[in-house]
Design a protein around this ligand. Structure first.
Ligand SMILES: [Zn+2]
Length: 340
């Protein structure tokens, strides 16, 4: 066997592609941002394509390394991820998504890629849709399967059976940023969507005011889980490259926008990273607590005192973000490009 035989393992393939942009194919990337790791030494380094400005995590993580950053508590307990009002708000937002999709299209078949616990799918099913989900996390999928009559496939979209059904609507809510190869996922989506179907994609926007204000403290940076960082421009380019035509964009997000800005401001002001977010999580759904107990209690007290000032400011900045900077979390609707 040749000594210079190329290692064809998935990890080496990703490593080889580390400086190749998956949006435009350019082979030249520059350092974008360096962020200290939560635990241990070292830093996470983001790279930016010199051709199209797509941003991605430069370090290729093996599947087991990446899985270590998605412990069961990341998905919350069966009864939810957040404490009372927070969980009610999240559930309400998922139902709002179901309502807005039903306004866009009459109930038919829908695939939710990265369906999590299946809250939105259950709401869609109740509105008359034939629902199906894919979920990489067996843990989250188990919870989704507790919802009666929910069809959830564990694995990525490429592992759906060949020749399986195509869908009237496919949704990807805050999924692409978690994938090392967002293009590959969208190419599979393109094969699964009907010619007159609708794609709905939502991602955080790395070009937003919120991302610029936050820098390494940006709430949606979320390293190393968010490995692909898109913007209005790069998402539009990526969608067109795989055969979709964007038809509509939403720049405001009630679910992610004002809170993301608030937490980014708190992080930027020097409070422990995502302290309030962790405090809002339900017991058993918390990731590593970022600070000592008493120090954390003091910081939370100061945060609560500042909330009457910071919450309206965050809402205003989110509005400004959408009006002038593209919005912190964007939602793009796209249809399959018609063959000429
Ligand atoms: Zn590029």
């Amino acid at each position: 066997m040749s000594s210079n035989r190329r290692d064809s393992s998935p990890r080496s393939q990703i490593a080889e592609q580390r400086d190749t942009c998956r949006v435009c194919g350019c082979n030249s990337a520059a350092p974008y941002l360096s962020v200290p790791r939560d635990a241990g030494d070292g830093r996470w380094c983001l790279r930016s394509c010199r051709g199209c400005s797509f941003v991605w995590l430069g370090e290729a993580l093996a599947p087991d390394e990446l899985a270590a950053h998605y412990p069961p508590e990341y998905y919350g307990r069966e009864n939810g991820r957040f404490r009372g009002v927070g969980e009610a708000f999240e559930t309400w937002c998922r139902r709002l998504r179901a309502r807005s999709i039903t306004r866009l299209r009459a109930p038919g078949s829908i695939l939710d890629v990265g369906c999590g616990r299946g809250v939105m799918l259950a709401a869609l099913r109740d509105r008359g849709w034939r629902v199906r989900g894919t979920e990489l996390s067996a843990c989250a999928a188990r919870r989704a399967r507790h919802v009666p009559r929910l069809d959830v496939h564990v694995g990525d979209i490429s592992t759906l059976r060949p020749g399986d059904e195509t869908f009237d609507v496919v949704t990807l809510w805050h999924v692409l940023e978690h994938l090392p190869d967002a293009r590959d996922c969208l190419e599979h989506v393109r094969e699964r969507i009907k010619p007159d179907g609708l794609l709905v994609v939502a991602v955080p926007n790395i070009d937003s005011l919120e991302a610029r204000l936050g820098g390494p403290h940006w709430f949606h940076l979320d390293l190393p889980r968010h490995v692909s960082h898109l913007s209005v421009r790069t998402l539009d380019r990526l969608l067109r490259a795989v055969g979709f035509t964007p038809v509509k964009m939403k720049r405001f997000s009630l679910e992610y926008g004002p809170y993301g800005m608030l937490q980014t401001l708190l992080n930027r002001m020097g409070f422990a990273h995502n302290l309030l977010y962790n405090a809002l999580k339900a017991p058993g759904a918390r990731m590593r607590w970022p600070i000592g107990r008493w120090h954390g209690a003091l910081q939370l007290g100061a945060t609560l005192l500042l909330l009457p000032l910071l919450a309206p400011l965050a809402a205003l900045l989110h509005l400004l973000d959408g009006l002038a900077f593209g919005g912190s979390c964007i939602e793009i609707h796209a249809v399959p490009t018609r063959e000429q």
